[in-house]
Design a protein around this ligand. Structure first.
Ligand code: G4P
Length: 273
């Protein structure tokens, strides 16, 4: 952690702005716990990525929340060029004062320099690939920033460090751990699959019952069963007999593939709790 932090801090000196990538399904849980301390006063644009997978109502609430906290923020789908194109104008807005100051001083306008930062799996490489318009070498999930990197150009207005800063996720709160594991941000072999699937079922029966009902062809009565029984019913319906582990694996996979529909695990309405 100390090494990752040091390396990121080192690279921050070279950039005008940081793009903090978070998962729109986990606007709090997918943030690095020390990001404010690491980034400090460096201008920042928060990118709520994977907006295509998140509940749009929740995403709007979270965007407003971050704005109210004084942050510049965009909801984004890093896989879509149209979405990624919003980044340059948003960055210019964040850096408007600096750009105006440079102009007054008679400095020639230059491309904005940025780096992408975030925990594993939030879409850093995907975003870099789309910004650069080509396949960028995968960096793996190694914390920190690789040495000897270069700048990637996005048109004439944006330059990005070619390797993102990979920071560690939150790991103290077990509920956050479950949410991160469900979305694939941390390895699920650290947790029991059936625990994870039961958490998923409890979450969907509470917030997205219709989506659950539709996907697994559940009756109203089945939807209100106790959780272990609900898992048993789904296991049987899928023809897995009593192989709950296999059913749990299927549930988690389908959630990650978006087959249960759009969802947001960090609930805005629970923020004050
Ligand atoms: P990282 O560098 O931050 O670790 O994340 P990476 O770009 O590798 O993305 C992790 C996974 O999230 C990838 O899926 C990627 O395709 C997916 N992803 C990234 N951005 C978006 C987005 O805006 N929307 C959606 N729906 N998915 C996104 P994968 O299954 O690991 O790989 P693959 O299916 O792309 O091969």
């Amino acid at each position: 952690m100390a090494k990752a932090r040091r390396e990121v801090s080192e690279k921050l000196k070279f950039v005008d702005i940081v793009f903090e990538l978070i998962d729109a399904r986990l606007p709090l849980s997918s943030r690095n716990p020390m990001l404010d301390q690491i980034v400090q006063q460096k201008p920042r644009l928060i990118l709520l990525n994977k907006a295509d997978l998140a509940d749009p109502i929740q995403t709007n609430l979270w965007v407003n929340y971050f704005r109210e906290q004084g942050h510049a923020v965009l909801a984004l789908t890093a896989k879509e060029d149209k979405s990624v194109k919003q980044i340059v104008p948003a960055s210019k807005k964040v850096l408007a004062e600096k750009i105006a100051r440079d102009k007054e001083r008679g400095l020639k306008p230059r491309a904005i320099r940025a780096m992408v930062l975030g925990i594993p799996n939030v879409g850093k490489s995907t975003l870099l690939n789309h910004l650069a318009g080509k396949k960028v070498a995968s960096t793996g999930n190694r914390p920190g920033v690789t040495k000897g990197q270069q700048w990637l150009r996005f048109g004439s207005q944006l330059e990005l460090l070619d390797t993102p800063g990979i920071l560690w996720p939150k790991f103290e709160d077990p509920e956050v751990g479950k949410k991160l594991a469900l979305t694939g941000a941390i390895k699920d072999d650290l947790l029991h699959l059936d625990d994870l699937a039961l958490y998923q079922l409890s979450f969907f029966s509470r917030f997205y019952p219709e989506q659950l009902k539709e996907r697994y062809k559940l009756t109203d009565d089945e939807l209100f069963l106790e959780l272990p029984e609900l898992l048993m019913v789904i296991t049987k319906k899928r023809g897995f007999k009593d192989d709950y582990e296999r059913a749990s694996e299927m549930l988690i996979l389908e959630l990650r593939q978006g087959r249960l529909g759009r969802f947001t695990l960090d609930r805005f309405e629970e923020l004050s709790e």
